[in-house]
Structure formats: C-alpha cells, structure tokens
Design a protein around this ligand. Structure first.
Ligand SMILES: [Zn+2]
Ligand SMILES: [Zn+2]
Ligand SMILES: [Zn+2]
Length: 257
C-alpha cells in the first residue's frame, strides 16, 4: 500500500490569504500546506479520501490519473469543495465514480452539489458523474470496497461527527477533537496513523499538539504523521519538538506500507 498525503493544511490552507507571518511568508515547500486529502493506492486501486478545494493542483503535483472511489470524512468545505475536479477522472476512465460517506455528508453533498449526481452525461465530461453510497450509522463499521476491507470509526469534531478510516495497519483521523473509546478500539495495532493536529493552542473542533501526542502515547503506532496543520506550525521547529516516531506531514509526502 502506498499513501500519498495530498494536502496537510488547515481549512484556510498555508499560506493564508492576507497573512504576513513567518510561516505564511516562508519559501520552504514544507511550510506550504494545501487543504487536507489523502490518496491510498492498494493493489492497483486508487482510493481518494475527501475532495479538497485544491484537488486539481494535488492531482497534477502527484500525477494522479485514476480515482476508483472517494471516501468522505465529513461535509466541511475544505474536504468537499473540489468535487467538481472529479470530472477529469470521469473523463479519463469513462466511468462514474462511487463516493462513500455517512448519511449527513452524502445528504449535504446532494444538496450543495446537486448537479454532480444527475444522470451521467453522454461522453461529454463537462460535469462530474458520481454515485452516492451511504455508510450505515455505527460507532465502528466494517465494510468492503472493491475487494478491500475498510473500517470506518466515528470521531467527534466539535458539534458534528466525522469518520476516521482504517485499512490494514494504516489509519486516518482528521478533523477530530475527541476520540470515543470505540475509535481507540478500532485503532488498536495500527502501525501508521495520520492524525489531526491543528496548532499548539486548544481548539473546540480540532486536536492540538498536546492532545494529539497524548493519543499517540496511548496507541503507540510505529509512525504518526500530523495533519490539518495551521500556520502556527513552522515545519522544522515542530519536527524538532516531536518525540521519536512522530513527524509533521507535508504536501506530497509518500508513506509505503
Ligand atoms: Zn477540515
Ligand atoms: Zn500566517
Ligand atoms: Zn471539518
């Protein structure tokens, strides 16, 4: 399995529009963070997690030619508003793309982006063609997608729920400020964990450095990669502050499992 971190930035991205701070004005590519998304490549199947508003540039930067399915974590704009860019993959494969998420997420996508669910246009890919699949509501859910076994686990993200995903020994937990016990159970034995870490200070909707390190201390994966990071984090400064086995993510980072 190959995991590509397409984006590791907070909802506004880094640099942020109108900000002159040290990180936003840094020329280091590791301080440039597009909106969060991951690509999983397993047995020649490409699964995209979320459609970031930066999807087009992420796909070009990583030479992505195929998306076989999309798993959504939740409906927030920084995770969904790149849905229109899926039409490039419809065009390349000549196929409709199945997308998965909880009832709330699929419902809001259908409301906000009604046009992407219309019957598939004939051979003209001027709009995306996606097929919605609702994952049943459960604290922990096992499901099969294209012959691959996934686990979805519910996480708390302020007032809403998000889905974390696990496949084999890899797990992804973005947009979470509280992990229920069932989620910790679902994460048992994970070797690589990409996990939310917005900033140093507390947030009502995201994890901060102290809390994320607490979770990592409890789960002890071989490698933990921080994501959904804002402009408070200077990459090298943060990297020097982390314990062994924990690293900040960066755009286009590749993890082989
Ligand atoms: Zn987000
Ligand atoms: Zn800034
Ligand atoms: Zn969110």
């Amino acid at each position: 399995m190959k995991v590509t971190m397409l984006g590791c930035g907070a909802s506004a991205g880094v640099p942020m529009i109108g900000c002159d701070c040290e990180v936003c004005t840094s020329n280091d590519p590791k301080n440039k963070r597009s909106r969060v998304s991951l690509l999983l490549e397993i047995n020649d199947i490409n699964i995209l997690i979320d459609t970031s508003p930066d999807l087009r540039m992420q796909a070009i930067a990583n030479n992505i030619r195929r998306v076989d399915a999309v798993l959504y974590t939740h409906d927030h704009a920084d995770h969904t508003h790149g849905v229109d860019d899926l039409r490039a993959f419809n065009y390349l494969s000549n196929k409709t793309i199945p997308v998965y998420g909880d009832q709330e997420t699929i419902g809001i996508l259908q409301e906000k982006f009604k046009y992407v669910f219309l019957p598939r246009p004939q051979n003209i890919w001027y709009r995306p063609s996606i097929e919605p699949h609702v994952l049943p509501d459960a604290p922990v859910l096992q499901f099969t997608l294209m012959g691959l076994d996934f686990v979805a686990f519910k996480q708390q993200h302020g007032k809403i729920a998000t889905l974390g995903y696990r496949i084999g020994n890899f797990a992804y937990s973005t947009d979470v400020n509280h992990l229920p016990e069932a989620a910790f159970d679902a994460l048992q034995g994970v070797e690589v964990w990409v996990v939310d870490c917005l900033r140093y200070t507390e947030s009502p909707t995201h994890s901060n450095l102290e809390r994320t390190l607490e979770w990592i201390g409890r789960m002890r994966p071989k490698l933990s990669v921080l994501t959904h990071m804002g402009h408070e984090f200077e990459y090298h400064k943060l990297a020097s502050e982390l314990p062994a086995g924990v690293v900040p993510g960066y755009d286009n980072m590749v993890i082989e499992l």
